[in-house]
Ligand binder design. Structure first.
Ligand SMILES: [Zn+2]
Length: 319
């Protein structure tokens, strides 16, 4: 399949490339260097968890754009796309691992007990709302009406995608325990009504990669003997022994995959698609499904019930 065929086959790829491009639209084509194209590709890869094969297609598409521009006399010299490298993919387990509901609840429990409310809310947002990490960063209080969260923007590094260009502006149902967590977070944030839900002290959106490294991962590295964190274990009179009862961290996408798996198990793949807002449904559906699909809503309600059962029956190991 040629890149053109691939792109016609999958219009979302073209859209992704253009959405990302739009972020840097203030920069004219002739100012692009290979490094900029590399950033562009990295951004698309980070936001969408694409295979390197798909990224190659996107690169070929971008290259075509610059070739055209060169022929039109807009740019001169080398095509900056030519030497841009395809971003290296994440570790294998991070690509495929789907976190289970029990694991996610256990991670949230550890973070809650450690007083890491923002990190817990981030985990809950990505899992229970099925958001991409960039979308969780871009979620604002004004997008949330108490029942639904409208996914209007995505943030990658310092760039925000414009809501108009995102065809995935669809609401996701907000179920328990996410609802309660958001209530608590909002109260702790002086009842904020606007701005990023996940924000740092300066008010700017939290960097989730950084949050995972700084807060989530260390919280899960606990000693089985004394329950002390690895980072604070140096003074103990015994060797650190990793507490294997705590789940391992497999990256933000493992949460999104996890909820898709859970919802698909509870109902059907269409419900999962509804939650993840994939545009691989037919054009008709893309245009006419304005709200949360009924099947998604039903499956999410079941997931909510399951969470309550887990909590009530103590299926989640106490930490
Ligand atoms: Zn210990």
């Amino acid at each position: 399949m040629s890149p053109c065929e691939a792109l016609n086959h999958c219009p979302t790829l073209k859209r992704q490339a253009f959405v990302r491009w739009d972020l840097e639209a203030k920069r004219p084509l002739w100012e692009y260097k290979t490094r900029d194209v590399q950033y562009l590709l990295q951004g698309i890869a980070d936001d969408n968890n694409l295979s390197s094969e798909t990224l190659k297609h996107i690169k070929a598409f971008l290259s075509g754009v610059f070739t055209y521009a060169k022929n039109q006399g807009v740019i001169d010299g080398l095509n900056p796309v030519r030497d841009a490298m395809i971003p290296k993919k994440a570790a294998t387990s991070e690509e495929t691992y789907a976190a289970s509901l029990e694991e996610v609840l256990a991670i949230m429990d550890v973070l809650g007990k450690a007083g890491e409310k923002k990190a817990r809310a981030a985990v809950a947002l990505v899992f229970f709302a099925g958001l991409r990490p960039g979308e969780a960063r871009g979620a604002h209080w004004e997008d949330y009406d108490g029942k639904r969260l409208f996914v209007r923007r995505s943030i990658w590094r310092v760039w925000t995608t414009s809501p108009k260009t995102e065809s995935s502006v669809k609401p996701v149902p907000v179920i328990e325990p996410l609802r309660s967590i958001l209530v608590e977070l909002r109260e702790g944030d002086r009842n904020a009504s606007t701005g990023p839900i996940l924000r740092g002290p300066s008010g700017s959106p939290l960097d989730l990669v950084n949050l995972a490294e700084r807060v989530v991962k260390p919280a899960l590295l606990r000693c089985a003997v004394c329950k002390q964190r690895e980072a604070k274990h140096a003074g103990a009179c015994h060797d650190f022994q990793l507490d294997e009862t705590l789940p391992k961290w497999h990256g933000w996408y493992s949460l999104r995959r996890g909820v898709a798996t859970a919802v698909a198990d509870l109902s059907n793949s269409l419900a999962a698609k509804g939650l993840l807002r994939h545009s691989s449904v037919s054009t008709t559906e893309r245009h006419y499904i304005k709200d949360v699909p009924e099947s998604t809503l039903q499956a999410m309600k079941q997931l909510e019930t399951l969470c309550n059962e887990c909590a009530n029956h103590g299926q989640v190991k106490p930490n």
